[in-house]
Design a protein around this ligand. Structure first.
Ligand code: FES
Length: 290
């Protein structure tokens, strides 16, 4: 029995054929973008990470064509580019959805409901970790801590925050994403598609309305510790974002002036502990202060 040369190549682990190139117009556009990225660095090879985001913004994942392009413009080997692209989980190696829904399953989020949310979404969407829904809208994955533990459990959609999620709110979130309904992150910049996010991560201007104003804004839960350290009480109330409309709470960003007796939220245990235990104030002990 004989085999074709292509079959032999696969079965014997022969090198793959060279990656196809981009169409001329796409390559010309990407080369303009690449020159802008490379100009930020004293050494062109330092531009590899944003370059990988750039090619990811073109096709939604890092293809062999994209890696070949990066190698060409940066003077690297494809092996060097591949080694980096396969090391970082932010670079996708296969087609994925418009919306990357990441459920934090690190320790705090997990015990606060992240594991239950991830399990429920797998069943609700009919996909496993890294799987994409048939309509190409949502890719589900579990993610590591995003330094938003004070809003646990946290779900990230294309790296925008959806705080204090529940199983039901997370299901509504993915349903809305798949239906094309308006979806607003709890805080920070507005939501955009995965390709658009990749272009922003490549370092190009974030032109989403309100994105610049929203960047760097700390939410109430993150400020509780600071207020306690200053001896200020009460801290702002934490409002569950996805249930806000149903409970008549003010919209995100609206000024809030809690009354002195208002219960803050189920996430305010640290404040109660410090405020109600004068024997252990939130400041250094005498020994620590010496
Ligand atoms: S453990 Fe989930 S954001 Fe830190």
């Amino acid at each position: 029995m004989t085999t074709s040369s292509s079959e032999q190549g696969v079965s014997l682990g022969m090198p793959q054929l060279p990656a196809p190139g981009y169409p001329d117009d796409v390559r010309a556009r990407l080369e303009r973008d690449a020159r802008e990225i490379i100009a930020r660095y004293p050494d062109s090879r330092s531009a590899l990470l944003p370059m990988l985001h750039l090619v990811q913004s073109e096709e939604g994942h890092v293809t062999r064509t994209g890696m070949r392009f990066c190698a060409d413009v940066l003077g690297l080997t494809t092996a060097e580019v591949t080694a980096v692209a396969t090391f970082y989980t932010m670079y996708r190696r296969g087609p994925s959805g418009d919306y990357q829904v990441g459920v934090c399953t690190n320790t705090l989020c997990a015990v606060m409901g992240g594991d239950a949310i991830f399990s429920a979404l797998q069943e609700h969407l009919g996909v496993g970790n890294g799987g994409t829904t048939d309509d190409g809208k949502v890719t589900l994955e579990h993610i590591e801590c995003n330094a938003a533990c004070d809003y646990a459990p946290v779900v990230m959609v294309n790296w925008e925050f959806f705080d204090n999620q529940t199983v039901e709110s997370a299901k509504r979130l993915v349903d809305d994403l798949r239906a094309g309904a308006p979806v607003e992150p709890t805080r920070g910049a507005p939501l955009c598609t995965f390709k658009e996010t990749a272009r922003i991560l490549a370092g190009f201007p974030d032109e989403r309305p309100g994105a610049v104003e929203a960047s760097g804004s700390a939410g109430p839960a993150s400020l509780i510790g600071l207020r306690l350290a200053k001896g200020e009480t009460p801290a702002p109330r934490v409002v569950h974002p996805r249930d806000a409309a149903a409970t008549g709470e003010p919209p995100r960003g609206a000024p809030h002036d809690p009354s002195p007796t208002e219960h803050l939220s189920s996430h305010d245990a640290p404040q109660d502990t410090a405020a109600s235990d004068p024997a252990h104030p939130a400041k250094p002990t005498a020994e620590e202060g010496e």
